[in-house]
Design a protein around this ligand. Structure first.
Ligand code: NAD
Ligand code: UDX
Length: 465
Protein backbone atom coordinates (compact mmCIF):
# COMPACT_ATOMS: atom_id res chain seq x y z
CA UNK A 1 0.00 0.00 0.00
CA UNK A 2 1.31 3.43 -1.00
CA UNK A 3 1.69 5.89 1.86
CA UNK A 4 0.20 9.21 0.73
CA UNK A 5 2.32 12.28 1.51
CA UNK A 6 1.14 14.77 -1.14
CA UNK A 7 -2.40 15.33 -2.34
CA UNK A 8 -3.53 17.64 -5.14
CA UNK A 9 -7.23 18.51 -5.46
CA UNK A 10 -8.33 19.94 -8.81
CA UNK A 11 -11.28 22.27 -8.18
CA UNK A 12 -11.52 24.70 -5.23
CA UNK A 13 -15.31 24.85 -5.09
CA UNK A 14 -18.02 23.94 -2.58
CA UNK A 15 -16.70 20.37 -2.44
CA UNK A 16 -12.94 20.69 -3.06
CA UNK A 17 -12.39 23.53 -0.56
CA UNK A 18 -14.20 22.14 2.51
CA UNK A 19 -13.23 18.49 1.84
CA UNK A 20 -9.53 19.24 1.57
CA UNK A 21 -9.67 21.56 4.59
CA UNK A 22 -11.03 18.73 6.73
CA UNK A 23 -8.52 16.18 5.36
CA UNK A 24 -5.70 18.67 6.09
CA UNK A 25 -7.03 19.17 9.61
CA UNK A 26 -7.26 15.45 10.34
CA UNK A 27 -4.01 14.46 8.60
CA UNK A 28 -1.31 17.04 9.46
CA UNK A 29 1.35 14.77 7.92
CA UNK A 30 -0.16 15.10 4.42
CA UNK A 31 0.64 18.17 2.30
CA UNK A 32 -2.42 19.26 0.34
CA UNK A 33 -2.64 21.66 -2.59
CA UNK A 34 -6.06 22.74 -3.82
CA UNK A 35 -5.79 24.16 -7.33
CA UNK A 36 -8.20 25.96 -9.63
CA UNK A 37 -8.24 27.67 -13.01
CA UNK A 38 -10.14 30.56 -11.43
CA UNK A 39 -7.53 32.94 -9.91
CA UNK A 40 -10.17 35.05 -8.09
CA UNK A 41 -11.45 31.98 -6.28
CA UNK A 42 -7.93 31.00 -5.24
CA UNK A 43 -7.14 34.48 -4.02
CA UNK A 44 -10.39 34.51 -2.01
CA UNK A 45 -9.33 31.20 -0.39
CA UNK A 46 -6.01 32.87 0.45
CA UNK A 47 -7.65 35.98 1.86
CA UNK A 48 -6.30 37.00 5.29
CA UNK A 49 -9.82 38.15 6.17
CA UNK A 50 -11.56 34.81 6.80
CA UNK A 51 -14.99 36.35 6.22
CA UNK A 52 -13.91 36.71 2.58
CA UNK A 53 -13.48 32.98 1.88
CA UNK A 54 -15.39 32.20 -1.34
CA UNK A 55 -17.75 29.83 0.44
CA UNK A 56 -19.79 30.46 3.55
CA UNK A 57 -19.97 27.26 5.60
CA UNK A 58 -20.35 27.28 9.40
CA UNK A 59 -17.07 26.27 11.11
CA UNK A 60 -15.00 26.30 7.91
CA UNK A 61 -13.14 29.53 8.70
CA UNK A 62 -11.66 28.06 11.91
CA UNK A 63 -10.42 24.95 10.08
CA UNK A 64 -8.89 27.03 7.29
CA UNK A 65 -7.22 29.30 9.80
CA UNK A 66 -5.43 26.41 11.54
CA UNK A 67 -4.44 24.46 8.41
CA UNK A 68 -3.76 27.05 5.70
CA UNK A 69 -0.03 27.62 5.27
CA UNK A 70 0.70 24.55 7.46
CA UNK A 71 -0.30 21.65 5.24
CA UNK A 72 -3.11 23.22 3.18
CA UNK A 73 -2.35 25.49 0.24
CA UNK A 74 -4.56 27.11 -2.39
CA UNK A 75 -2.84 27.72 -5.70
CA UNK A 76 -3.23 28.26 -9.44
CA UNK A 77 -0.04 26.28 -10.12
CA UNK A 78 -1.87 23.21 -11.36
CA UNK A 79 1.03 21.51 -13.18
CA UNK A 80 3.52 21.45 -10.30
CA UNK A 81 0.86 20.53 -7.78
CA UNK A 82 -0.09 17.49 -9.87
CA UNK A 83 3.49 16.37 -10.42
CA UNK A 84 4.27 16.47 -6.69
CA UNK A 85 1.14 14.50 -5.78
CA UNK A 86 0.78 10.78 -4.96
CA UNK A 87 -2.99 11.19 -5.09
CA UNK A 88 -5.07 13.59 -7.20
CA UNK A 89 -8.72 14.31 -6.43
CA UNK A 90 -10.85 15.55 -9.33
CA UNK A 91 -13.46 17.83 -7.78
CA UNK A 92 -14.50 20.00 -10.70
CA UNK A 93 -17.99 21.06 -11.74
CA UNK A 94 -20.17 18.66 -13.76
CA UNK A 95 -23.23 20.76 -14.71
CA UNK A 96 -26.02 19.71 -17.02
CA UNK A 97 -25.15 20.12 -20.72
CA UNK A 98 -26.83 23.13 -22.26
CA UNK A 99 -26.32 22.26 -25.93
CA UNK A 100 -25.57 19.33 -28.20
CA UNK A 101 -26.37 15.67 -27.65
CA UNK A 102 -28.06 15.10 -24.28
CA UNK A 103 -28.61 18.86 -23.74
CA UNK A 104 -30.78 19.52 -20.68
CA UNK A 105 -30.06 16.08 -19.20
CA UNK A 106 -26.55 14.66 -19.58
CA UNK A 107 -23.65 15.93 -17.47
CA UNK A 108 -21.15 18.18 -19.19
CA UNK A 109 -17.89 16.36 -18.59
CA UNK A 110 -15.55 18.80 -20.32
CA UNK A 111 -13.94 19.94 -17.05
CA UNK A 112 -13.43 16.35 -15.92
CA UNK A 113 -11.82 15.47 -19.22
CA UNK A 114 -9.56 18.55 -19.09
CA UNK A 115 -8.50 17.57 -15.56
CA UNK A 116 -7.73 13.98 -16.58
CA UNK A 117 -5.63 15.21 -19.52
CA UNK A 118 -3.72 17.55 -17.24
CA UNK A 119 -3.02 14.73 -14.78
CA UNK A 120 -1.78 12.53 -17.62
CA UNK A 121 0.57 15.29 -18.80
CA UNK A 122 2.02 16.26 -15.43
CA UNK A 123 1.97 13.19 -13.15
CA UNK A 124 5.18 11.47 -12.09
CA UNK A 125 5.48 7.83 -11.05
CA UNK A 126 2.37 6.06 -9.77
CA UNK A 127 -0.57 8.39 -9.16
CA UNK A 128 -3.92 7.50 -7.65
CA UNK A 129 -6.68 9.49 -9.35
CA UNK A 130 -9.82 9.87 -7.26
CA UNK A 131 -13.16 10.91 -8.74
CA UNK A 132 -14.70 13.27 -6.18
CA UNK A 133 -17.06 14.98 -8.61
CA UNK A 134 -20.46 13.36 -9.13
CA UNK A 135 -20.18 11.48 -12.41
CA UNK A 136 -22.33 9.34 -14.69
CA UNK A 137 -21.83 5.64 -14.14
CA UNK A 138 -18.86 4.31 -16.16
CA UNK A 139 -16.99 7.66 -16.31
CA UNK A 140 -14.02 6.02 -14.58
CA UNK A 141 -13.55 4.03 -17.79
CA UNK A 142 -13.27 7.27 -19.77
CA UNK A 143 -10.81 8.72 -17.26
CA UNK A 144 -8.67 5.58 -17.45
CA UNK A 145 -8.60 5.77 -21.24
CA UNK A 146 -7.65 9.45 -21.20
CA UNK A 147 -4.90 8.83 -18.66
CA UNK A 148 -3.44 5.93 -20.61
CA UNK A 149 -3.58 7.55 -24.03
CA UNK A 150 -2.56 11.12 -23.11
CA UNK A 151 0.60 10.45 -21.12
CA UNK A 152 2.83 10.66 -24.24
CA UNK A 153 4.69 13.86 -23.19
CA UNK A 154 5.46 12.33 -19.88
CA UNK A 155 6.82 9.19 -21.50
CA UNK A 156 9.08 11.25 -23.76
CA UNK A 157 10.50 12.94 -20.65
CA UNK A 158 11.13 9.48 -19.13
CA UNK A 159 8.67 9.98 -16.27
CA UNK A 160 6.71 6.84 -17.13
CA UNK A 161 3.60 7.55 -15.05
CA UNK A 162 1.10 4.86 -14.09
CA UNK A 163 -2.39 5.36 -12.72
CA UNK A 164 -5.10 3.80 -10.57
CA UNK A 165 -8.59 5.29 -10.73
CA UNK A 166 -10.94 5.27 -7.73
CA UNK A 167 -14.45 6.60 -7.21
CA UNK A 168 -15.01 8.39 -3.89
CA UNK A 169 -18.20 10.44 -4.24
CA UNK A 170 -18.91 13.21 -1.77
CA UNK A 171 -22.15 13.19 0.25
CA UNK A 172 -21.75 16.51 2.09
CA UNK A 173 -24.69 18.89 2.10
CA UNK A 174 -24.08 22.61 1.98
CA UNK A 175 -24.62 24.46 5.24
CA UNK A 176 -23.61 21.36 7.22
CA UNK A 177 -20.51 20.48 5.19
CA UNK A 178 -18.02 20.57 8.08
CA UNK A 179 -20.12 18.30 10.27
CA UNK A 180 -20.87 15.97 7.31
CA UNK A 181 -17.16 15.69 6.53
CA UNK A 182 -16.05 15.23 10.14
CA UNK A 183 -18.80 12.74 11.00
CA UNK A 184 -19.92 11.14 7.72
CA UNK A 185 -22.71 8.53 7.73
CA UNK A 186 -20.49 6.61 5.36
CA UNK A 187 -17.50 7.00 3.08
CA UNK A 188 -17.77 5.20 -0.23
CA UNK A 189 -14.70 3.98 -2.08
CA UNK A 190 -15.08 2.19 -5.40
CA UNK A 191 -12.26 0.65 -7.35
CA UNK A 192 -10.43 -2.39 -8.65
CA UNK A 193 -6.90 -1.80 -7.41
CA UNK A 194 -6.94 -3.01 -3.80
CA UNK A 195 -3.65 -1.27 -2.98
CA UNK A 196 -5.00 2.09 -4.14
CA UNK A 197 -8.25 1.49 -2.24
CA UNK A 198 -6.30 0.81 0.96
CA UNK A 199 -4.23 4.00 0.48
CA UNK A 200 -7.41 6.09 0.34
CA UNK A 201 -9.15 4.17 3.13
CA UNK A 202 -6.07 4.71 5.30
CA UNK A 203 -6.52 8.49 5.01
CA UNK A 204 -10.17 8.33 6.11
CA UNK A 205 -9.34 5.96 8.95
CA UNK A 206 -7.61 8.89 10.70
CA UNK A 207 -11.10 10.02 11.79
CA UNK A 208 -13.79 7.76 10.29
CA UNK A 209 -14.57 4.39 11.96
CA UNK A 210 -13.81 1.41 9.72
CA UNK A 211 -17.41 0.19 9.79
CA UNK A 212 -18.50 3.43 8.10
CA UNK A 213 -16.24 2.89 5.12
CA UNK A 214 -17.96 1.02 2.31
CA UNK A 215 -15.94 -0.55 -0.50
CA UNK A 216 -17.61 -1.38 -3.81
CA UNK A 217 -16.73 -1.80 -7.44
CA UNK A 218 -16.26 1.38 -9.48
CA UNK A 219 -19.67 1.34 -11.14
CA UNK A 220 -21.64 0.73 -7.93
CA UNK A 221 -19.86 3.66 -6.32
CA UNK A 222 -20.60 6.03 -9.22
CA UNK A 223 -24.22 4.92 -9.40
CA UNK A 224 -24.78 5.04 -5.63
CA UNK A 225 -24.10 8.76 -5.60
CA UNK A 226 -26.72 9.52 -8.28
CA UNK A 227 -29.15 7.15 -6.58
CA UNK A 228 -28.72 8.70 -3.12
CA UNK A 229 -29.52 12.16 -4.49
CA UNK A 230 -32.47 10.83 -6.49
CA UNK A 231 -33.96 9.14 -3.40
CA UNK A 232 -33.54 12.26 -1.24
CA UNK A 233 -35.09 14.52 -3.89
CA UNK A 234 -37.91 12.03 -4.39
CA UNK A 235 -38.89 12.34 -0.73
CA UNK A 236 -39.08 16.13 -1.05
CA UNK A 237 -41.23 15.94 -4.18
CA UNK A 238 -43.44 13.37 -2.44
CA UNK A 239 -44.12 15.57 0.59
CA UNK A 240 -44.51 18.66 -1.61
CA UNK A 241 -47.15 16.86 -3.67
CA UNK A 242 -49.00 16.10 -0.44
CA UNK A 243 -48.64 19.75 0.71
CA UNK A 244 -50.83 20.81 -2.22
CA UNK A 245 -53.39 18.17 -1.34
CA UNK A 246 -53.40 19.35 2.29
CA UNK A 247 -54.18 22.92 1.23
CA UNK A 248 -57.38 21.88 -0.56
CA UNK A 249 -58.59 19.27 1.91
CA UNK A 250 -58.05 20.92 5.29
CA UNK A 251 -55.24 18.60 6.32
CA UNK A 252 -52.00 20.10 7.64
CA UNK A 253 -48.80 18.90 6.00
CA UNK A 254 -46.77 19.43 9.21
CA UNK A 255 -49.07 16.96 10.97
CA UNK A 256 -49.01 14.51 8.06
CA UNK A 257 -45.22 14.70 7.86
CA UNK A 258 -44.94 14.11 11.61
CA UNK A 259 -47.38 11.20 11.48
CA UNK A 260 -45.72 9.36 8.62
CA UNK A 261 -42.19 10.14 9.82
CA UNK A 262 -42.95 8.37 13.12
CA UNK A 263 -42.92 5.11 11.17
CA UNK A 264 -39.33 3.88 11.50
CA UNK A 265 -39.51 2.44 8.00
CA UNK A 266 -40.20 5.90 6.58
CA UNK A 267 -38.14 8.01 9.00
CA UNK A 268 -38.29 11.77 9.66
CA UNK A 269 -35.52 13.15 7.47
CA UNK A 270 -36.24 15.01 4.25
CA UNK A 271 -39.95 15.32 4.85
CA UNK A 272 -40.05 19.10 5.29
CA UNK A 273 -42.28 20.66 2.62
CA UNK A 274 -41.02 23.80 0.93
CA UNK A 275 -40.94 25.85 -2.26
CA UNK A 276 -39.14 23.01 -4.06
CA UNK A 277 -35.62 21.66 -3.76
CA UNK A 278 -32.77 23.78 -5.07
CA UNK A 279 -29.01 23.43 -5.00
CA UNK A 280 -26.51 22.39 -7.60
CA UNK A 281 -26.99 18.66 -7.20
CA UNK A 282 -30.51 17.22 -7.03
CA UNK A 283 -31.91 18.38 -10.35
CA UNK A 284 -28.65 17.88 -12.22
CA UNK A 285 -28.10 14.39 -10.86
CA UNK A 286 -31.66 13.19 -11.50
CA UNK A 287 -31.57 14.55 -15.05
CA UNK A 288 -28.34 12.70 -15.52
CA UNK A 289 -29.94 9.50 -14.24
CA UNK A 290 -32.82 10.02 -16.70
CA UNK A 291 -30.34 10.49 -19.52
CA UNK A 292 -28.44 7.35 -18.57
CA UNK A 293 -31.67 5.33 -18.53
CA UNK A 294 -32.43 6.52 -22.07
CA UNK A 295 -28.89 5.80 -23.18
CA UNK A 296 -29.03 2.26 -21.80
CA UNK A 297 -32.45 1.61 -23.38
CA UNK A 298 -34.71 1.75 -20.30
CA UNK A 299 -36.75 4.96 -20.80
CA UNK A 300 -39.50 3.64 -18.47
CA UNK A 301 -37.09 3.98 -15.54
CA UNK A 302 -36.04 7.42 -16.76
CA UNK A 303 -39.68 8.58 -16.96
CA UNK A 304 -40.21 7.50 -13.36
CA UNK A 305 -37.37 9.73 -12.09
CA UNK A 306 -38.19 12.60 -14.46
CA UNK A 307 -41.45 13.02 -12.57
CA UNK A 308 -39.54 14.01 -9.40
CA UNK A 309 -38.13 17.01 -11.28
CA UNK A 310 -41.49 17.86 -12.92
CA UNK A 311 -43.22 17.97 -9.54
CA UNK A 312 -40.44 20.21 -8.22
CA UNK A 313 -40.85 22.66 -11.11
CA UNK A 314 -44.60 22.72 -10.52
CA UNK A 315 -44.16 23.39 -6.80
CA UNK A 316 -41.99 26.44 -7.55
CA UNK A 317 -44.41 27.77 -10.17
CA UNK A 318 -47.50 27.47 -7.98
CA UNK A 319 -46.18 29.88 -5.32
CA UNK A 320 -46.59 32.96 -7.55
CA UNK A 321 -50.14 31.88 -8.47
CA UNK A 322 -51.09 31.69 -4.79
CA UNK A 323 -49.68 35.16 -4.10
CA UNK A 324 -51.67 36.55 -7.03
CA UNK A 325 -54.84 34.89 -5.83
CA UNK A 326 -54.51 36.29 -2.30
CA UNK A 327 -53.59 39.82 -3.46
CA UNK A 328 -56.87 40.33 -5.35
CA UNK A 329 -55.65 38.76 -8.60
CA UNK A 330 -52.82 41.18 -9.35
CA UNK A 331 -49.41 42.13 -8.00
CA UNK A 332 -48.74 44.75 -10.65
CA UNK A 333 -47.04 47.73 -8.98
CA UNK A 334 -47.32 46.11 -5.55
CA UNK A 335 -44.31 45.90 -3.25
CA UNK A 336 -43.31 42.40 -2.24
CA UNK A 337 -40.44 41.56 0.11
CA UNK A 338 -38.51 38.36 -0.51
CA UNK A 339 -36.82 36.98 2.58
CA UNK A 340 -34.12 34.46 1.70
CA UNK A 341 -32.48 33.98 -1.68
CA UNK A 342 -30.05 31.08 -1.07
CA UNK A 343 -31.39 27.59 -1.85
CA UNK A 344 -31.31 26.67 1.86
CA UNK A 345 -30.14 28.18 5.13
CA UNK A 346 -26.46 28.49 6.15
CA UNK A 347 -25.07 28.80 2.65
CA UNK A 348 -24.46 31.68 0.24
CA UNK A 349 -25.10 29.36 -2.72
CA UNK A 350 -28.02 30.29 -4.97
CA UNK A 351 -27.63 27.61 -7.63
CA UNK A 352 -31.13 26.37 -8.65
CA UNK A 353 -32.59 28.27 -5.69
CA UNK A 354 -36.42 28.27 -5.85
CA UNK A 355 -36.17 31.98 -4.94
CA UNK A 356 -34.88 32.69 -8.46
CA UNK A 357 -37.87 31.20 -10.28
CA UNK A 358 -40.39 32.64 -7.81
CA UNK A 359 -38.85 36.13 -8.05
CA UNK A 360 -38.87 35.95 -11.85
CA UNK A 361 -42.53 34.90 -11.88
CA UNK A 362 -43.47 37.84 -9.64
CA UNK A 363 -41.43 40.29 -11.72
CA UNK A 364 -43.19 38.99 -14.82
CA UNK A 365 -46.48 39.88 -13.14
CA UNK A 366 -45.23 43.44 -12.57
CA UNK A 367 -44.46 43.21 -8.83
CA UNK A 368 -41.76 45.40 -7.28
CA UNK A 369 -39.40 43.25 -5.23
CA UNK A 370 -37.16 44.03 -2.32
CA UNK A 371 -34.89 41.06 -1.69
CA UNK A 372 -33.03 40.32 1.53
CA UNK A 373 -30.68 37.43 2.31
CA UNK A 374 -28.23 37.33 5.23
CA UNK A 375 -25.35 35.84 3.21
CA UNK A 376 -25.95 36.13 -0.53
CA UNK A 377 -24.07 39.06 -2.08
CA UNK A 378 -26.14 41.64 -4.02
CA UNK A 379 -24.05 40.98 -7.13
CA UNK A 380 -25.00 37.29 -7.04
CA UNK A 381 -28.71 38.18 -6.86
CA UNK A 382 -28.25 40.63 -9.71
CA UNK A 383 -26.58 38.00 -11.88
CA UNK A 384 -29.20 35.35 -11.08
CA UNK A 385 -32.10 37.61 -11.97
CA UNK A 386 -30.46 39.23 -14.99
CA UNK A 387 -29.55 35.85 -16.45
CA UNK A 388 -33.17 35.02 -17.13
CA UNK A 389 -35.14 38.25 -17.09
CA UNK A 390 -35.31 41.51 -18.93
CA UNK A 391 -37.26 43.21 -16.14
CA UNK A 392 -37.55 46.96 -16.14
CA UNK A 393 -34.75 48.78 -14.32
CA UNK A 394 -35.66 49.63 -10.77
CA UNK A 395 -38.26 46.84 -10.53
CA UNK A 396 -36.29 45.15 -7.78
CA UNK A 397 -33.71 46.08 -5.16
CA UNK A 398 -31.55 44.32 -2.60
CA UNK A 399 -32.29 45.34 1.00
CA UNK A 400 -29.64 45.53 3.74
CA UNK A 401 -31.95 44.22 6.43
CA UNK A 402 -35.44 42.90 7.04
CA UNK A 403 -36.95 46.28 8.04
CA UNK A 404 -35.66 47.89 4.87
CA UNK A 405 -37.11 45.03 2.77
CA UNK A 406 -40.52 45.40 4.41
CA UNK A 407 -40.88 49.16 4.12
CA UNK A 408 -44.20 49.82 2.33
CA UNK A 409 -44.60 46.16 1.33
CA UNK A 410 -48.01 44.61 0.68
CA UNK A 411 -46.67 41.14 1.26
CA UNK A 412 -43.59 39.21 2.23
CA UNK A 413 -42.52 35.78 1.10
CA UNK A 414 -40.21 33.62 3.18
CA UNK A 415 -38.30 31.38 0.78
CA UNK A 416 -35.28 30.23 2.81
CA UNK A 417 -35.28 28.73 6.30
CA UNK A 418 -32.69 31.10 7.85
CA UNK A 419 -32.83 31.12 11.67
CA UNK A 420 -33.13 34.89 11.76
CA UNK A 421 -36.59 34.67 10.15
CA UNK A 422 -37.93 32.56 13.00
CA UNK A 423 -38.46 35.06 15.82
CA UNK A 424 -39.33 38.37 14.23
CA UNK A 425 -41.12 41.21 16.02
CA UNK A 426 -44.28 41.15 13.95
CA UNK A 427 -45.98 43.93 15.92
CA UNK A 428 -43.20 46.28 14.87
CA UNK A 429 -42.78 44.93 11.34
CA UNK A 430 -46.50 45.20 10.61
CA UNK A 431 -46.25 48.98 11.15
CA UNK A 432 -43.79 49.20 8.23
CA UNK A 433 -46.10 47.43 5.77
CA UNK A 434 -49.17 48.47 3.82
CA UNK A 435 -52.55 46.97 4.73
CA UNK A 436 -54.03 44.49 4.08
CA UNK A 437 -50.74 42.80 4.88
CA UNK A 438 -49.81 39.27 3.88
CA UNK A 439 -47.08 36.86 4.94
CA UNK A 440 -46.48 33.84 2.69
CA UNK A 441 -44.42 31.32 4.61
CA UNK A 442 -43.16 28.53 2.33
CA UNK A 443 -40.80 27.10 4.98
CA UNK A 444 -43.03 27.01 8.07
CA UNK A 445 -40.64 29.16 10.07
CA UNK A 446 -42.86 31.91 11.50
CA UNK A 447 -44.99 31.75 14.62
CA UNK A 448 -48.55 31.84 13.28
CA UNK A 449 -50.05 33.19 16.52
CA UNK A 450 -47.67 36.19 16.59
CA UNK A 451 -48.49 36.95 12.97
CA UNK A 452 -52.22 36.81 13.47
CA UNK A 453 -51.99 38.87 16.69
CA UNK A 454 -50.19 41.57 14.71
CA UNK A 455 -53.17 41.74 12.33
CA UNK A 456 -51.30 40.16 9.41
CA UNK A 457 -52.85 37.60 7.05
CA UNK A 458 -50.86 34.38 6.89
CA UNK A 459 -50.62 31.76 4.16
CA UNK A 460 -48.52 28.77 5.13
CA UNK A 461 -47.50 26.15 2.59
CA UNK A 462 -49.36 22.89 3.14
CA UNK A 463 -51.83 24.26 5.67
CA UNK A 464 -55.41 23.54 4.81
CA UNK A 465 -58.16 26.06 5.45
P1 NAD B 1 -17.96 24.33 -8.00
O1 NAD B 1 -18.44 24.89 -9.29
O2 NAD B 1 -18.23 25.09 -6.73
O3 NAD B 1 -16.38 24.10 -8.06
C1 NAD B 1 -15.72 23.50 -9.12
C2 NAD B 1 -14.40 24.23 -9.35
O4 NAD B 1 -13.62 23.51 -10.31
C3 NAD B 1 -14.56 25.65 -9.89
O5 NAD B 1 -13.95 26.59 -9.00
C4 NAD B 1 -13.83 25.61 -11.25
O6 NAD B 1 -13.16 26.82 -11.59
C5 NAD B 1 -12.86 24.47 -11.05
N1 NAD B 1 -12.37 23.85 -12.30
C6 NAD B 1 -13.08 23.47 -13.38
N2 NAD B 1 -12.28 22.91 -14.30
C7 NAD B 1 -11.02 22.95 -13.80
C8 NAD B 1 -9.76 22.51 -14.28
N3 NAD B 1 -9.63 21.91 -15.47
N4 NAD B 1 -8.67 22.73 -13.51
C9 NAD B 1 -8.79 23.34 -12.30
N5 NAD B 1 -9.96 23.76 -11.79
C10 NAD B 1 -11.07 23.57 -12.52
O7 NAD B 1 -18.56 22.87 -7.90
P2 NAD B 1 -18.88 22.03 -6.57
O8 NAD B 1 -20.19 22.43 -6.00
O9 NAD B 1 -17.67 22.02 -5.70
O10 NAD B 1 -19.10 20.58 -7.19
C11 NAD B 1 -18.00 19.83 -7.69
C12 NAD B 1 -18.48 18.42 -7.96
O11 NAD B 1 -18.90 17.81 -6.72
C13 NAD B 1 -19.67 18.31 -8.90
O12 NAD B 1 -19.55 17.14 -9.67
C14 NAD B 1 -20.86 18.18 -7.95
O13 NAD B 1 -21.94 17.50 -8.53
C15 NAD B 1 -20.27 17.36 -6.82
N6 NAD B 1 -20.90 17.56 -5.51
C16 NAD B 1 -21.29 18.79 -5.11
C17 NAD B 1 -21.85 18.95 -3.83
C18 NAD B 1 -22.29 20.30 -3.34
O14 NAD B 1 -22.95 20.35 -2.29
N7 NAD B 1 -21.99 21.39 -4.00
C19 NAD B 1 -21.98 17.85 -2.98
C20 NAD B 1 -21.54 16.60 -3.43
C21 NAD B 1 -21.00 16.47 -4.69
C1 UDX C 1 -27.62 17.45 -1.38
C2 UDX C 1 -27.50 16.13 -0.62
O1 UDX C 1 -28.22 16.23 0.61
C3 UDX C 1 -26.04 15.80 -0.35
O2 UDX C 1 -25.92 14.52 0.27
C4 UDX C 1 -25.28 15.79 -1.67
O3 UDX C 1 -23.91 15.53 -1.46
C5 UDX C 1 -25.45 17.11 -2.40
O4 UDX C 1 -26.86 17.38 -2.58
P1 UDX C 1 -27.51 20.01 -0.72
O5 UDX C 1 -28.10 20.23 -2.06
O6 UDX C 1 -26.33 20.78 -0.31
O7 UDX C 1 -27.13 18.47 -0.53
O8 UDX C 1 -28.63 20.31 0.40
P2 UDX C 1 -29.89 19.50 0.98
O9 UDX C 1 -29.89 19.65 2.43
O10 UDX C 1 -29.98 18.14 0.46
O11 UDX C 1 -31.11 20.36 0.41
C6 UDX C 1 -31.42 20.39 -0.97
C7 UDX C 1 -32.70 21.16 -1.17
O12 UDX C 1 -33.82 20.44 -0.66
C8 UDX C 1 -32.73 22.53 -0.49
O13 UDX C 1 -33.34 23.47 -1.34
C9 UDX C 1 -33.56 22.28 0.75
O14 UDX C 1 -34.20 23.44 1.24
C10 UDX C 1 -34.56 21.27 0.22
N1 UDX C 1 -35.15 20.42 1.27
C11 UDX C 1 -34.36 19.59 2.00
C12 UDX C 1 -36.53 20.46 1.47
O15 UDX C 1 -37.25 21.21 0.80
N2 UDX C 1 -37.06 19.64 2.43
C13 UDX C 1 -36.30 18.79 3.18
O16 UDX C 1 -36.88 18.08 4.02
C14 UDX C 1 -34.91 18.76 2.96
Amino acid sequence: MKNICHICCIGAGYVGGPTMSVIADKCPDIQIKVVDINPERISAWNSSDLSKLPIYEPGLDQIVSRTRGRNLFFSTDIENSISEADMVFISVNTPTKTSGLGAGQASDLRWVEASARQVAQCAKGHTIVVEKSTLPVRTAQTIKEILDTTKQNNLVQGKNPTFSVLSNPEFLAEGTAVNDLERPDRVLVGGEDTDAIESLVNIYLKWVPLERIIKTNLWSSELSKLTANAFLAQRISSINSISALCEVTGADVAEVSNAIGADKRIGREFLAPGPGFGGSCFKKDILNLVYLCGYFGIPEVGNYWQQVVELNNWQQKRICKIVLQKLFGTVNGKHIAILGFSFKANTNDTRESPAIQISLDLLEEGAKLSIYDPKVKPQRIQEDIDEYSKNSPGQWTVANDISEALKGADALLILTDWDEFKNLDWNYLSTLMRTPTWVFDTRSVVNSIDIKNAGINLWRLGEGV
